[in-house]
Design a protein around this ligand. Structure first.
Ligand SMILES: NC(=O)c1ccc[n+]([C@@H]2O[C@H](COP(=O)([O-])OP(=O)(O)OC[C@H]3O[C@@H](n4cnc5c(N)ncnc54)[C@H](OP(=O)(O)O)[C@@H]3O)[C@@H](O)[C@H]2O)c1
Length: 293
């Protein structure tokens, strides 16, 4: 089966390329080869590659920058997804797409289910929600996989930032009043390939929206503590910085972050048998890999 992967050089895109199972003819395109917001490029790519499945890992992900760059955020996250959705439908093929916990307001006390009301606070979340809606409107066979707090070997993320700051500063303040599920880009890629493999066997999938994030839920502060503990154990850091718990109010950002980003992932477990990954194990695997690079 020929699979088109968009955004192939991003955090998740790179892992989709690395972890592609045998039997798939994978064509990964970065933004320089395919700008998903360009209708002509999308049409040309579909014509040239004739994919049988699309996995969209392309997105405008600069959460704070989006507040002053909404035109570009919507062009990629809403209109680009809409173009891919129409192209997939016209070709009679499915589209697997990735979305975010930022579609929720984050003031619920319970983990968010797929049936909970969406209410994004910022431009990024609103543009991603608009993309989910464009996908549902224009494509009949789609999966939207909402995830959170992505970390991995490629690109910038919280783990890499902490490792850098850990070598630069003896003390760090990390936000302790936002909770979520850190999710390894490699685990997201594995979940998407699991779906693709099932599709090749069954010719069908239980289409729709699913949540997928790492467990157990934690705060950024908890995550930072684990990063430094494991990094020191593995010899990546000689000494650990002192980490203090701060509040969201102590660390203002242009875009408001959800206080509760925790996703209920039981629907995915029931429909696909995919369990929540333990982020502590994925973190260990990543730090191990970083140690040997
Ligand atoms: N990062 C997180 O914490 C997080 C959390 C929840 C959900 N998600 C979702 O997970 C998915 C993957 O995110 P990620 O962390 O892998 O992001 P990422 O590392 O920023 O990768 C996104 C990729 O999309 C590419 N891209 C941007 N605009 C494009 C366009 N117009 N056409 C084609 N490609 C374009 C980027 O290429 P350039 O760099 O060349 O622009 C980049 O390689 C996204 O849907 C994101 O919304 C991420």
């Amino acid at each position: 089966m020929r699979v088109l992967i968009t955004g192939a050089h991003g955090q998740v895109g790179a892992e989709l390329m690395r972890l592609a199972p045998a039997g798939f003819d994978v064509r990964g395109l970065g933004s320089a080869q395919l700008d998903i917001s360009d209708a002509v490029q999308v049409a040309r790519t579909m014509h040239e590659l004739q994919p049988q499945l699309i996995i969209n890992a392309a997105a405008y992900t600069a959460v704070d920058k989006a507040e002053n760059d909404s035109g570009r955020a919507y062009a990629v996250n809403r209109d680009g997804v809409g173009l891919l959705a129409r192209a997939a439908e016209q070709s009679g093929i499915p589209l697997l797409h990735i979305s975010t916990d930022y579609v929720f307001r984050g003031d619920s006390r319970a983990p968010y289910t797929e049936d909970d009301a969406t209410a994004p606070s910022g431009v990024y979340g609103a543009s991603k929600l608009a993309g989910e809606q464009a996908l549902a409107e224009h494509c009949s066979r789609y999966i939207t996989l909402r995830t959170s707090w992505v970390f991995g070997a490629t690109g910038n993320n919280f783990v890499k930032t902490m490792l850098r700051l850990g070598t630069e500063r003896p003390t760090l303040g990390v936000v302790a009043d936002q909770r979520g599920g850190p999710t390894a880009s490699a685990s997201i890629a594995r979940a998407l390939w699991h779906m693709a493999q099932r599709y090749t066997v069954d010719g069908d999938l239980p289409w729709g929206i699913y949540h997928y994030s790492g467990a157990p839920a934690c705060s950024w502060h908890d995550f930072a503590v684990a990063i430094f503990e494991q990094a020191q154990q593995l010899g990546l850091l000689a000494t650990r910085p002192q980490i203090s718990a701060i509040t969201t109010a102590d660390y203002p950002t242009p875009a408001r972050r959800p206080a509760n980003s925790v996703l209920d992932c039981s629907k995915l477990q029931h429909a696909f048998g995919i369990p929540q990954p333990d982020w502590r194990l994925d973190l260990h695997a990543l730090l191990n890999a970083l140690r040997s690079t």
